[in-house]
Design a protein around this ligand. Sequence first.
Ligand code: FAD
Length: 554
Amino acid sequence: IAATRCRCTADQSCFPNAKHWERFNLTVGGALIQVRPPASPCYDADGTAQCATARANWHDSAWRSTQVGAAEHPNWEAYGTQSCPLPPNGTALPSASSCSQGSVPVLAVNVSSISQVQAAIHFARQHFLRIVVKSTGHDYLGRSFARGSLSIWTHNLKSIQFSEEFVEEGCDPHSSGASAVEVGAGVQWRELYTAAHAQGKLVVGALSSSVATGGGYVQGGGHSPLSAAYGLAADNSLQFTIVTPDGTVRYANRCVNRDLFWALRGGGGGTFGVVTAAVHRTFPAPSNILSAVHVLAASGVGSYRQLMGQFTQLSAALYRQGWAGYFVMGGTSLTLRYHALTQTTAFHDHSFGSFLEWIARHNATVRAVGGGVRSYPSFLEWYNDTMCSFYPSATGGGICNDDLGTNRVLISRLVPANAIESSGGEISDALVTLLQSNATSNAILGVAVSGGAAAAVAGDAVAVNPAWRQALWHITAESSWDESSLMDRLTAANAQLRDLTPCSGAYFNEADYNEPDWQQSLFGNNYQRLLTVKTQVDPRGLLVCWHCVGSEHW
Ligand SMILES: Cc1cc2nc3c(=O)[nH]c(=O)nc-3n(C[C@H](O)[C@H](O)[C@H](O)COP(=O)(O)OP(=O)(O)OC[C@H]3O[C@@H](n4cnc5c(N)ncnc54)[C@H](O)[C@@H]3O)c2cc1C
């Protein structure tokens, strides 16, 4: 991958002039738009109404995903100290010079057709531009933003088409078809969950409703509440339509462009081309989804360590029994949100019984303070209750609000099932220590959705980090971000968990910005093959992103 010189950005004389951009705009049917940071109207004398909209929706992840210049976590809109903060309410009009473009791309192509993507790639190649691809701006490492760049914005590719007999392009048209759905890259998960519900179908997708169905999520692997039952999202991809960096539109599936298809299933978004559509396998809707929520509180750190030790043992058993779920550690409390398909409350009692008895026996120091067991008649109803009931969203279109819009970075680790079985006590202690370190925001999210179908896939079947196949937990700890030294503290705080799981790694989409030995950690033994594919499809390094395949050459 040739990294002979830096790519051309807006502050350089090599950047195309206004005439060039005008001509380019004609080739994309007028879809070229100027991009400003989301708070920029608050610095304009005539921006009062737009500023009020930005202020009202600042933390609404659904609204942010509709704004070409917004990241879900605004720290990625900044470039060092250059940013465009939302001024405090009621202040006088601030000076325009205190709103900086930061890392927000200067221009974007608001894509509605494949030919526009081809034109954008052609123009970027011609002028050696720095480009980024963006669907929603959820990326935890800021990969959909770059200072002085041109953005290819796929958010408005919103088609959804179900098929009972989907046969991949280039495969024998008489071969038996699969139950599948083809989505435009910008369709977001709750839009698809709602459409799938109407068809009596399930699709393996994200917990967050505003993440895109065809962008970075699935290309980075995609864990789902349904992964224990059906695998990761990438395991259920049947085809991508992609414009590769040579400007050619290609299908990638099991019959054509097979290496590229392999790479797109876990090798990372923004790396191999611009995906315009993705096909996901669909499954029949289950008769019910059983939800078990347990909110537990310990009276002190010592009893919290005991509680975490007990839960760690329980978690290993739940993994074997087919439960999937999430746990949140905060202070000295632990909230479990587990679910199982087509199960009854008797199954819950069998699985959780001895754990709950242990809690009851230790009620002087550990208490159950809330929760309940409930059967939902559909995935969508479970999803709405689990994900959409917390924060209201002003944006239409049925996307729920995850309450983002604050500066965030995170660290993570995939914790293998065998490490939990052999050294569960040390691992649960390490989690408590991490929680209490001054680097995290005193909250840890444990994603316990792997095992089952996700563990049954061979480590090299798709490009997803093979560490996912052994993982029982994907641990993430977030921190509010105000200066880069905090990121170093976070990386250091994660050392104990890394040391306890030396053969594992981390999830590409939710990783530490400073992940040590990132090629091995994020891609494992799949890295060399990924690099070969990258070199073949993008020999001039048109697509570069942080800790993405081939980025070490830049
Ligand atoms: C609140 C929240 C909840 C999350 N929940 C989950 C979850 O349940 N499971 C999970 O696995 N992950 C989850 N994630 C992480 C998520 O998978 C990543 O943030 C992912 O990168 C989002 O992809 P996106 O396309 O929506 O975001 P973007 O920021 O738009 O893009 C992410 C990356 O993909 C590239 N990209 C985007 N669109 C395209 C395209 N059309 N073609 C090629 N490349 C593209 C971008 O260049 C960038 O590198 C969550 C993140 C957040 C913030």
